[in-house]
Ligand binder design. Structure first.
Ligand code: PLP
Length: 381
């Protein structure tokens, strides 16, 4: 079985599993308890914050543990809506994950100005510069890496550009973390991440809050997370998430060049095996693990089902997409037609994926291509 859906969710990394079991066995008590053991869990929770912060290059006080990126996106957008001066606009990339798009629409409504992307999905920096120069924009929202296409946005440049124009920069790093080095992400004012995307457990993530945002509240209630997020702290989840990221940073991201080579070899082989196939975002830098293909013919759901029968799990796009969703908003923003979008499949590898798994996926695609015939060919038969 070859799992090629790591952008949806990843298996628990061994270090993360060990950290979780260890914490769940001997540090499961309430970190806010006034007894000694509670205080000891609190110390370990704070140590985890101190371990995470330097990986991203920021102060530990900016780290707020959450339940995942969706909570983070909602909390950051709600905070921007509450704190930006009346009339200030927020520039939002059209190809964000639905959790950012929908939170921005809900909390910021008419204040949203949409940022366009080019045919590869890269943000139109010219449009952004003009918007920032007009002085009406108080915040900019652009992800680090796209979940559907793997496209990398120039987030470092965007963070600096926003700083020069005194606009807050909010970066969803969910797909970047654990795949590429996290260093420097702390330059963004707001960052969100989700542990299960990088070998950690589900139901835990974090927000890097802007420097000095004392009034940031991801959830209201008790005073946990230094007053930034109410709710009993999930220390085993946090310990496991931090262990996963440390493992990725110290052992895995070093292999990035080799893995990129495997993806490129796969792309060349697939182009030969499936004449007429198109690689989404081929002209731009993308994650080493992600390939989005516009197949030459046939609905993507038919390809996914047939690949599944052969033991390959791929997806039709985003983790949240279901059959009732329309064609991908990401591909639409990149100028693809709805018909092309319905022919798109995404293969996203993990660190445990081998070069042979990629090779076998090419073979499986070639076999399925014969089974899923173009509509004309079916009629002729
Ligand atoms: N942001 C991106 C880029 C994602 O890919 C995802 C999940 O697919 C999320 C945010 C939401 O993460 P979660 O479902 O863990 O909250």
């Amino acid at each position: 079985m070859s799992y090629f859906d790591h952008n949806a969710t990843t298996p628990l990394a061994p270090a993360a599993r060990e950290a979780w079991l260890h914490a769940q066995d001997d540090a499961w008590q309430n970190p806010s308890g006034l007894y000694g053991i509670g205080a000891r869990v609190k110390v370990r929770l704070e140590a985890a914050r101190e371990q995470l912060a330097p990986l991203l290059g920021c102060a530990a006080a900016r780290v707020v543990f959450t339940s995942g990126a969706t909570e983070g996106a909602n909390a950051v957008c709600a905070h921007l809506a509450r704190t930006l001066l009346p009339g200030t606009l927020v520039a939002v990339n059209r190809t964000e994950h639905p959790c950012v798009l929908e939170a921005a629409k809900f909390f910021l409504g008419e204040r949203v100005v949409w940022l366009e992307v080019d045919g590869n999905g890269v943000i139109a920096t010219g449009q952004l510069e003009k918007l920032l120069a007009s002085k009406g924009v108080g915040a900019v929202v652009v992800m680090a890496a796209n979940n559907e296409t793997g496209l990398l946005q120039p987030w470092r440049e965007l963070a600096r550009l926003c700083r020069r124009h005194h606009a807050a920069f909010f970066c969803d790093a969910s797909q970047w973390l654990g795949k590429l080095p996290a260093a420097g992400l702390g330059e963004a004012d707001w960052v969100i991440g989700s542990a299960h995307k990088f070998g950690g457990p589900k139901g835990v993530g974090f927000v890097l809050a802007a420097e000095g945002a004392q009034d940031f509240h991801a959830q209201h209630g008790g005073g946990q997370e230094h007053g930034h997020r109410a709710g009993t702290e999930n220390f085993p989840g946090v310990a496991s998430m931090v262990a996963a990221l440390i493992e990725a940073e110290t052992k895995k991201v070093l292999l990035e060049t080799e893995r990129l080579h495997w993806r490129e070899t796969f792309e060349r082989a697939v182009s030969t095996a499936l004449p007429g196939v198109r690689m989404v975002g081929a002209g731009a830098e993308r994650l080493w693990n992600t390939v989005s293909l516009i197949l030459p013919h046939g609905e993507n759901t038919r390809w996914v089902a047939r690949l599944d029968k052969r033991g390959f799990q791929v997806s039709t796009g985003s983790a949240c997409a279901t059959a009732k969703d329309g064609p991908s908003h990401v591909l639409a923003a990149m100028g693809c037609s709805p018909e092309e979008a319905r022919r798109m499949i995404r293969a996203s590898a993990g660190w445990e994926t081998t070069e042979m798994d990629w090779t076998k996926l090419v073979q499986a695609l070639a076999e399925v291509s014969v089974e899923v015939k173009p509509a004309e060919a079916v009629i002729k038969i």
